[in-house]
Structure formats: structure tokens, C-alpha cells
Design a protein around this ligand. Structure first.
Ligand code: F6P
Length: 360
């Protein structure tokens, strides 16, 4: 065992703007508490193969608060409990190797920054005795137990700007513009960006839609002189009685890939309204680039709080934003759950009150 106090940090799952701000806060506050920080690269792969790890100093994290992505290699979604072998070799359980790595490095704690998939794996490791602290990350804002996650604000800001830009071109051509945003199981991005961007209809996974209703909204706008409409649709939204649009079926360790609902909605609306309708998919543009100031601050607070928990020896917990405070909630409380938009949320009520259609 080393006589130096050590903490580990890793990122997993899809990227979200703010990952580097968390890493920076962990490294800097670890130094303040007298810890050395080890960064594990490529998600849990860095625990399976410790040669993919390195000491992170304050110098290593200087200037990264504003940079998207992660400095820790890739954020792949591999699960060490059922780890796919190379070139079709059979799936193996590599979790024991991960536990061993944490012991060999003599880590007092391991900060795992990730979304629901990564944090579910982290919770399994905690049950195996690993000293884990989770930091929630997702642009979808669908992690249970925390009011918000870094990445979401950046995604909403980008989608809002895109909707703003589409307004002027939609008006110039008197078109219906359909904007497909991310949001696999939850419509938070669509709801917030739709409201901020002044959308006329917002279609989310929580509310199955009937396109006749959306077409009626477009026609109603025509009647009072608005000759264009903006529809925001979450990738996971589906028509009443229909299914979500899948681009690629789920594979081992990978969820199904969604996409295509935007172009389908545009095509249907063109048929129903007779108005030229176009679609735009914002896709990964919502995940790339620099985090907003809000996300940099939230991510920094999450990193600092995670390190505080490690130093106190409080493990099996996830840091969570419960304004005005950050708190620790058991990882077990978020496993297997998704925070969807509640249908009685004030934002939904307000959207309806100002005439936004949810297609229901
Ligand atoms: O979970 C975040 C998210 O961006 C979802 O909104 C989206 O469905 C998914 O990741 C896309 O993942 P990938 O980049 O792996 O296709």
C-alpha cells in the first residue's frame, strides 16, 4: 500500500459538456486535501488495463474547464461485468480485475462520472466493496435524485439558438420546420429549448402525440396570420399507439440508437397541412463544444463535493443538486430509474397555457 493518499477519477458513457470541469475540480480539491489523483482512461477499460491510467496534477487540468469531451481518453459504454471480447470472442466478467486495480493503487476512493448506465455499474462495484462516489452526467437531464446534471444547460442553449435561427428561415419560406433534439426517454431538452425558442408544438416521449392535433395548431396559426410553425420533437417521442423511431437495434452493451422521428413528423405534417415542411436533426451538436457558464459551475461544484465525500469516507453515494445545496444520495436510489417530465409540471402547464401544442 502506498503511504500517499490517492483518489481515482474516470468518465463513462456518452460525453457531456462539463466532464473536464468535474475532473479539474476533483484534481484540484484532491491536491488541497493532500491526495494524489489517478485518472483512468477509456471508462472502465482503464481499471481493466491499468497501463491506461496516469497521475493527474494541477498542471494537467489547467485550462480544461472550458473544453468539451473528456481528457480521460474515450467515454465508451463497455460494461466490465459483461465485457465483450475482441473480434467476437465471448463476453467475460472483468469486474474482479477492476476491484484488484483499485486495491493495487491503494485508492481511498474512486470518483465515477457518468450517466445512468455508468452509475448503475458503479453501484454494482460499490456492492463489491469498491469505495465509489458517483457524479451524475447527462445532457438528457433524466437521472433520478438530482434536480439537474451538467451538460443539460449547454444542450438546451445550443438547441435554443438553433430554433432561433430556424424561425427566420421558416418565416421567410412560410414553412413548417421540425427540429429533432436528443432525449431518449425524457423530453427535458425539447421542453426547455421549445419554450425558450418559442416553439409552437413540442413532442416528448412522456406524451404520445396525434399529428392531427399538431396540424390543427399549424392551421390555427395560419388563421391569425402566422404563416410558419416550429415543431420541436424529442428523438424518443412516438405517436399514440406507435413506436419510437429506431435507426439501429440494441447490441450487447449498447442501447438501440434512436432517430428519424423528425423527418417522419415533417413528412406527415406536409401531407396534413399542405404546407412545405422540413426537418433538422441537431444530434451530437448538442453534446459537443464548450460547456455554458452554468454547466461549468455545476460541474465544478459536483467535482468538489465528490472529493469532499471521498475525504469523509462516504461511499456508495452520488452527488446531487438539490438547490440551494449539493447533497449525497445513495447510488442505489437511482439505479434502474428514469426522471421523466411529470405531466403536471408547471412548465408543461405554462406551455399549454400559452398555446403550445403537445400533440395530445
Ligand atoms: O444519453 C445521452 C444521449 O445523448 C441521448 O440523448 C441519445 O439518445 C444517446 O445519448 C446517443 O448516444 P450515442 O452517441 O452513443 O449514439
Amino acid at each position: 500500500m502506498p503511504d500517499v493518499k490517492r483518489v481515482g477519477v474516470m468518465t463513462g458513457g456518452g460525453d457531456a459538456p462539463g466532464l473536464n470541469a468535474v475532473i479539474r475540480a476533483v484534481v484540484k480539491s484532491a491536491a488541497g486535501f493532500g491526495y494524489e489523483c489517478i485518472g483512468f482512461e477509456d471508462s472502465f477499460d482503464g481499471l481493466i488495463d491499468p497501463s491506461r491510467s496516469r497521475t493527474l496534477t494541477r498542471d494537467d487540468v489547467a485550462g480544461i474547464v472550458r473544453i468539451g469531451g473528456t481528457i480521460l481518453g474515450t467515454t465508451n459504454r463497455g460494461d466490465p461485468f459483461s465485457y465483450p471480447g475482441q473480434d467476437g470472442a465471448e463476453v467475460r466478467d472483468r469486474s474482479t480485475r477492476c476491484v484488484q486495480t483499485v486495491r493495487e493503487f491503494g485508492l481511498k476512493g474512486l470518483v465515477v462520472i457518468g450517466g445512468d448506465g455508468t452509475l448503475t455499474i458503479a453501484e454494482r462495484f460499490h456492492r463489491l466493496g469498491m469505495p465509489i462516489v458517483g457524479v451524475p452526467k447527462t445532457i438528457d437531464n433524466d437521472i433520478v435524485g438530482t434536480n439537474s446534471c451538467f451538460g443539460f444547460d449547454t444542450a438546451v442553449a445550443f438547441a435554443t439558438e438553433a430554433i432561433d435561427r430556424l424561425h427566420t428561415t421558416a418565416a421567410s419560406h412560410r414553412r413548417v420546420m421540425v427540429v429533432e433534439v436528443m432525449g431518449r426517454y425524457a423530453g427535458w431538452i425539447a421542453l426547455y429549448a421549445g419554450l425558450a425558442g418559442g416553439a409552437d408544438a413540442i413532442l416528448i416521449p412522456e406524451i404520445p402525440f396525434n399529428l392531427e392535433r399538431v396540424a390543427a395548431c399549424v392551421r390555427e396559426r395560419e388563421r391569425f396570420g402566422a404563416r410558419f410553425s416550429i415543431v420541436v420533437v424529442a428523438e424518443g417521442a412516438a405517436p399514440i399507439g406507435g413506436t419510437v423511431s429506431v435507426v439501429e437495434q440494441a447490441q450487447a452493451g449498447r442501447l438501440e440508437r434512436l432517430g428519424g422521428v423528425g423527418s417522419w413528423v415533417a413528412e406527415q405534417l406536409e401531407g396534413l397541412t399542405g404546407k412545405e415542411s422540413r426537418s433538422v436533426v441537431l444530434g451530437h451538436l448538442q453534446r459537443g463544444g464548450a460547456p455554458t457558464a452554468f454547466d461549468r459551475v455545476l460541474a465544478t461544484r459536483f467535482g468538489g463535493k465528490a472529493m469532499e465525500l471521498v475525504n469523509h469516507g462516504t461511499f456508495g453515494m452520488m452527488v446531487a443538486n438539490r438547490p440551494p445545496e449539493l447533497v449525497a444520495v445513495p447510488l442505489a436510489e437511482m439505479v434502474g430509474k428514469t426522471k421523466q417530465v411529470p405531466l403536471d409540471l408547471d412548465l408543461v402547464k405554462t406551455a399549454r397555457a400559452i398555446g403550445i401544442s403537445f400533440g395530445d
